[in-house]
Structures are given as C-alpha cells and as structure tokens.
Design a protein around this ligand. Structure first.
Ligand code: GAR
Length: 196
C-alpha cells in the first residue's frame, strides 16, 4: 500500500507501526506528500519506507502523474491520511475500489475541514471517526468502519480532537487489515465485512 499525506502524519505512523506486527497482511511501500517536504515523511524514512516529497500545486496533471508513480510501484491500496485534496481522474478510476480515507467525524455528519470543531460547536454528544472508500466527493464514499467517542461536558475542540485521533490510530490499521485480507465487499453504498 501507499499512504498519501499532506502534513503531520500521525495516522501514517500508526499504520507503519501496526504493519510491522507479526502476521499483518499489508506493508507500506511508499509515503507520498502532495505538499513537498512535510513532517509525515520523516515517519516513513525512519521506518525505512520510501518517502516522496512531491508538489501538486506546481503540477497541472497531478492526478495522472500520481497514478503513474503508484502504478510503477505496483501499489494495490492507497490510504489517504490527512491528505487534504480531492482525488480526481484518472487516479480515481485507475484505483477504483482501492482508495481509503480517514475522516475525524461520524460521516455523513461534518465533512470537510475542522470536523472535530464542527461537531463540538454543533453540540453532539457522540463524535468519532470514519474510514471510507474514496469517491469523487469530499468525505463521501462508502463507509468501511466507524468508531465513536463520547463528548464530555468539559471537552474543548482540542481535547475532543485528541481523543478522536487516538481512535483513528486504531481504526485505520484495522480497516487496512480487513481490506488486505479481502474481507471488504462493496455492495452499492454498503460495505459488508465478510467473516474470517
Ligand atoms: C486526521 O485527523 C484525519 O482524520 C484528518 O486529518 C488529520 C490528519 O492527521 N483528515 C481529514 O480531515 C480528511 N477530510 P495526521 O496527519 O496526523 O494523520
């Protein structure tokens, strides 16, 4: 798999850590940034994984270029982890059904930027995170798994975001594991998890 990043990379680090566990069915072959050098790439390098600092802003055919880079590496799964960009053609169809994203809300509530603050300001009592397949929309593809996080009376957007992030770090490697074991079955918008 390859992990696409734009910044901090804590989800990338969680996936790298889990994928080193004995018996984990997938490994990260490269981490790719669309914003040049970012802290996330350091996590890849220190795990001995190829780290590509690319610059989408300067590349008018970014999604075609990226598709070629990933096909060259025979990547079978793309994980977006804090990758702050919509996936467009031709990347989308060349990797149809093989792109996952993580989002820090219980989708379809609070897509887009600053989801944890959106949830806190709305006043929900349960927040969480979602791993989903990627389609052409923003945070809108079929849901693979969700983890909930209760919102406490004394939470701030920051404290809530920290607890959601801890769940993200468990949820994303689990979704990758299910994908790599071939246990995810896409039926329209619904993702069924096949028993072992
Ligand atoms: C994570 O909270 C992830 O869910 C969110 O960006 C953060 C990246 O953190 N993604 C989105 O909001 C996508 N719409 P990380 O770089 O430490 O993994």
């Amino acid at each position: 798999m390859t992990v696409l990043v734009s910044g901090r990379g804590s989800n990338l680090r969680a996936i790298l850590e889990q994928s080193r566990a004995p018996g984990f069915p997938a490994r990260v072959v490269a981490a790719v940034s669309d914003r040049g050098e970012v802290p996330a790439l350091e996590h890849a390098r220190s795990a001995g994984v190829e780290a590509l600092a690319l610059d989408a802003a300067r590349d008018p055919s970014w999604d075609a270029h990226l598709a070629a880079v990933l096909e060259e590496r025979q990547v079978d799964l793309i994980c977006l982890a804090g990758y702050m960009r919509l996936v467009r053609e031709p990347l989308l169809s060349r990797f149809a059904g093989r792109i996952l994203n993580i989002h820090p809300s219980l989708l379809p509530a609070f897509p887009g930027l600053d989801a944890q603050r959106q949830a806190w300001e709305y006043g929900v009592k349960v927040a969480g995170c979602t791993v989903h397949f990627v389609d052409a929309g923003m945070d809108s593809g079929p849901v693979v798994l969700q983890r909930s996080v209760p919102v406490a009376e004394d939470d701030t957007p920051e404290s809530l975001a920290r607890r959601i992030l801890a769940e993200e770090h468990r949820a994303y490697p689990e979704a990758v594991r299910l994908f790599a074991l071939g246990r995810l079955e896409l039926r329209g918008r619904r993702v069924l998890v096949r028993p072992q």
